[in-house]
Design a protein around this ligand. Structure first.
Ligand code: SF4
Length: 64
């Protein structure tokens, strides 16, 4: 699985970073960076929590 973010929707509120800091980080310019787009089976629960927590529904997981 891979992480996709709709950056037009993202409001940089860092909720995903709080839940999955290995994959998401708000940079010094207040933009979301995807640190690692790949989601391993071990990471899946954590990343899915970030997906569910995003109030803008900006994060999705895609096959690949
Ligand atoms: S939780 Fe959603 S809106 Fe917030 S920074 Fe992450 S992707 Fe952007």
């Amino acid at each position: 699985m891979k992480i996709k973010v709709d950056f037009d929707l993202c409001e940089s509120n860092a909720l995903c970073e709080a839940l999955a800091p290995t994959h998401f980080q708000i940079d010094d310019d207040d933009f979301l960076q995807i640190l690692d787009e790949n989601v391993t089976p071990e990471d899946l629960d954590t990343v899915q929590q970030a997906v569910a927590a995003c109030p803008k529904s900006a994060i999705s997981l895609v096959e690949g």
